[in-house]
Design a protein around this ligand. Structure first.
Ligand code: FAD
Length: 442
């Protein structure tokens, strides 16, 4: 029985872990698998987090938060919670691996997920031309035609970013006016290869194995047209990740978890919520971090009142030496223990290699790739006698990415005796990785 379990490894989760660990509560933090680190993992530069006058890369900021939590003894598991049971005395989480953990208090900080369009083809083609992350996948669309759907700051920022790679970027939005800030709009309007399609709705995504076109409907005339594109980036906002607590905790009308006033107390005693999952308005790293601190302090009070009335709230464990933190500007996935394969060694390492080889296509800018690395290292540790895991940097070896049609990161491919047996792309959960390993490697 743990004292406190924290769900989520974004700024809210890690800040809660720093406070709870420093308060001597030995928190267990379930980080998620490929979403580990949260939204900042796909943010190249954070310029508004206090303490970093020159800005800091999103992954580097999260890595520092993690190191600070670990320094005070927080234990971190890279897996997803797939089920949650809440009673007055115990909160039980079930992980993708099947493991169960129980605690007296729970801090729920699962953030938010990109909102899908809700079209049938969208799910099928995610990772094959449908993307929710321009920073991750823009690189693969050099010289191509792409579309961005949405009218807020994120959509306009994605369009401006993609315009550096793509020959033409269509920005498709439903209203007559964009919602994005004036400065973002001005930047996009000054970019020659961005074409604005206002009052336009995407009604279908067309393509068998990869995106070929969009079916569009004009809001004013109702006329339907087809637009040939190689990829579509969806940026229509985020939804709080509440699927695990539906029917277990009260939700607010906007879908966030309802909390009591300015506290983090939810409708279930001993369950606290923090970060974007409770915040429909501010949704910043600093506000999420502050909210994580509130949740840890609320949990501390709850534990003191319910489990150990004699305990002082100021018991702080001595900190262990700070773990090594990668350099502030450090690239993703640097310094791991996995082998590297290049265009020159590809045949020897993969095609001519006997047995099972798992190839992880990654890039230095891909935060999700960084989050996947600990899972692959664990796989190599536990199955190293029969599976070899190797990484290919697509930026350094675009020929391999092209040859194996990698258009979305991370992309993991499974080879047996040199034959490609299958692949999985995008936000790969731990359970999906385990299933694919069993199915392709036995
Ligand atoms: C493109 C982009 C750029 C941004 N830039 C900035 C910026 O410059 N400055 C700024 O202040 N803010 C920025 N933000 C906003 C900021 O990233 C968020 O407000 C902040 O990350 C929210 O923190 P959080 O901890 O609530 O959630 P998140 O960071 O989203 O973290 C959620 C965590 O929950 C975990 N999780 C989810 N489900 C489960 C599960 N079932 N089991 C276990 N774990 C789970 C995930 O793995 C993840 O670790 C940006 C956001 C985006 C999308």
């Amino acid at each position: 029985m743990h004292e406190v379990i924290i769900l989520g490894s974004g700024p809210a989760g890690y800040t809660a872990a720093i406070y709870a660990a420093r308060g001597g509560r030995h928190p267990l933090l379930v980080a998620g698998s490929t979403a580990a680190g949260g939204e900042l993992m796909n943010t190249s530069e954070v310029e508004n987090f206090p303490g970093f006058p020159d800005g800091i890369g999103g992954p580097a900021l999260v890595t520092r938060m993690r190191a600070q939590a670990e320094r005070f003894g927080a234990r971190i598991i890279y897996d997803d919670v797939v089920d949650l049971a809440i009673t007055e005395t115990a909160k039980t989480v079930t992980l993708g691996s099947g493991q169960k953990h129980e605690a007296s208090a729970l801090i729920y900080a699962t953030g938010s997920a990109p909102r899908p369009l809700g079209l049938a083809a969208e799910r099928r083609l995610t990772g094959a031309g449908v993307s929710f992350c321009a920073t991750c996948d823009g690189f693969f669309h050099r010289g191509r035609t792409v579309a961005v759907v949405g009218g807020g700051d994120s959509a306009v920022e994605e369009a401006t970013f993609l315009a550096k790679f793509a020959a033409r970027v269509y920005l498709i939005h439903r209203r007559t006016q964009l919602r994005a800030s004036a400065i973002m709009q001005d930047r996009a309007r000054g970019t020659a290869n961005i074409t604005f399609l206002p009052e336009t709705e995407v009604v279908d995504i067309i393509g068998d194995s990869t995106v070929r076109a969009l079916a569009l409907r004009n809001g004013a005339t109702g006329r339907q047209t087809h637009l040939a594109v190689d990829a579509v980036f969806i940026a229509i906002g985020h939804e709080p990740r509440t699927h695990l607590v539906q029917g277990k905790l009260d939700l607010a009308a906007d879908g966030t978890i309802a909390v009591d006033g300015r506290s983090s107390r939810t409708s279930a005693p001993g369950v606290f919520a923090a970060g974007d999952v409770i915040d429909p308005t501010y949704r910043q790293a600093i506000t999420a971090a502050a909210s994580g601190a509130t949740a840890a302090l609320d949990a501390e009070r709850y534990l003191t009142a319910t489990t150990d009335p004699q305990r002082s709230t100021t018991t702080a464990p001595s900190a262990s030496p700070a773990p090594e933190v990668p350099p502030v500007t450090g690239g993703a996935a640097a310094g791991d223990s996995l082998s590297r394969t290049t265009s020159t060694t590809w045949d020897e390492d993969v095609l001519d290699a006997p047995g099972a080889v798992l190839v992880d296509f990654w890039a230095p800018w891909c935060g999700t790739c960084t989050a996947l690395t600990p899972l692959l290292e664990e796989l190599q540790r536990t199955h190293g006698h029969r599976i070899r895991v190797t990484k290919v940097d697509v930026q350094a070896h675009p020929d391999l990415a092209l040859r194996y049609r990698v258009t979305s990161l991370p992309s993991v491919k499974f080879f047996v005796d040199g034959d490609l047996r299958g692949s999985i792309n995008g936000a790969i959960t731990r359970s999906a990785l385990d299933e694919a390993v069993t199915s392709h490697f036995g």
